[in-house]
Design a protein. Structure first.
Length: 384
């Protein structure tokens, strides 16, 4: 298939092309030629064609919460809801839950990949091995210490990536090393660890920080904490929830300058309200209100977000003042690197998957393509 795209910006690798012909073979990009011959198949109308968004933290969407429905159908529904907003690769995320539910989540993600559910590339287990003082909306009675049986469960081979969020002061370097040696991608989150405890975890192979700044020990002048360790460790990646609620705009700019575009990942931490008109939902027995894109419990505790990746992209452009082609590195490229998927995902270049999103001039998603196939209709798109 040859797809002619014109009249906007096409982010191909680190280049921005005003028009291009994209050659797709077997769901992969075979070539991208500058310019087009004849009429465009996609008229960007001043908008953008960028690599599909990669979201490593998706609790729910389309009215479905993964914790409540740990199944292939639920993963497919969540993925479909987020695909409307440009997400072409994602990790369904299970927040602190029982060992049986953790096992079910791992198996469901494997089954979803085997069934060819569009976009799913693994699973994120967020907790329950976290610090109760930084639990946020996580239920206290679901928090537990890790043990050898759970390490063995998490260390089994899986079809996709397994990301695990832990508190380093609770799990410890020895367990982290075992998990990493068995292919688990370990992140720090919901943690009150000291700078030294985080550094020990990094030395053991931990490579990520879940929703940086939120639910973790802050950076102070004599105690750098988790935030200080994250900003001071060049080999790690940090997720940011850029929804104008979890983080002050200045905090976003500081994080981007400190870590660099290649080490920041835009994430949604999305709840089931994304892609719906829901104004409330239930999370582990708690009644959560959704108002102006913010999800909160009655005591004011943030409960994930009502954020989609197109909105995160748009917010990041406006907050940082960076060019869209630079924001792409945070919305796609860095997450692919974090997950070890750079050979197949994250950029529009030879050999990578033909996963992209068409954005209008205000960075709203018009259409999403996975493996060279459109999932939603875009104005001005001819039949492929």
């Amino acid at each position: 298939m040859k797809l002619r795209v014109a009249n906007g910006g096409i982010v191909a690798g680190r280049a921005v092309l005003p028009a291009a012909t994209i050659h797709v073979e077997h769901g992969r990009i075979a070539a991208i030629d500058p310019g087009i011959a004849g009429k465009a198949d996609i008229d960007l109308d001043g908008g953008w064609l960028v690599p599909g968004f990669i979201d490593t933290q998706v609790n729910g969407g389309g009215g479905v919460l993964f914790n409540d429905d740990i199944s292939v159908d639920a993963i497919a529904a969540i993925g479909a809801a987020h695909a409307r907003f440009g997400t072409t690769a994602f990790l369904p995320t299970l927040i602190s839950d029982s060992p049986d539910h953790i096992e079910a989540a791992l198996e469901a993600a494997d089954a979803a990949i085997a069934a060819g559910v569009p976009g799913v590339v693994g699973v994120h287990i967020e907790g329950p091995f976290i610090n109760e003082t930084k639990r946020g909306i996580h239920e206290a009675d679901r928090i537990r210490p890790i043990d050898p049986a759970l390490v063995a469960l998490l260390s089994k081979p899986h079809a996709g990536r397994v990301v695990l969020t832990v508190a380093p002061e609770v799990v410890g370097a020895a367990h982290i090393r075992t998990l990493v040696d068995n292919g688990v991608i370990v992140c720090a989150g919901h943690t009150n660890a000291t700078y030294d405890e985080v550094c020990a975890a990094i030395d053991a192979g931990m490579t990520g920080f879940t929703h940086l700044f939120n639910a973790m020990s802050p950076l102070t002048h004599r105690a750098p904490g988790v935030v200080g360790a994250a900003l001071d460790s060049p080999g790690t990646w940090c997720g940011l929830i850029v929804d104008n609620s979890h983080l002050h705009p200045a905090t976003v700019r500081i994080a981007v300058r400190a870590k660099g575009l290649d080490r920041i990942m835009l994430v949604t931490d999305a709840m089931p309200s994304v892609g719906t008109d829901q104004t409330d939902f239930t999370l582990q027995g708690k009644h959560i209100q959704v108002h102006d894109g913010v999800c909160t419990y009655e005591d004011g505790t943030l409960a994930g977000s009502d954020l989609d990746m197109a909105t995160a992209f748009r917010n990041a452009v406006r907050i940082t003042g960076l060019a869209p082609a630079e924001i792409v590195r945070m919305s796609s490229e860095s997450a692919a690197a974090f997950l070890g998927l750079s050979a197949t995902h994250g950029t529009l270049s030879f050999g990578r998957r033909a996963d992209w999103v068409v954005l209008d001039s205000e960075f709203r998603a018009r259409s999403t393509w996975i493996g060279g196939a459109p999932l939603t209709a875009a104005k001005g798109m001819a039949a492929a």
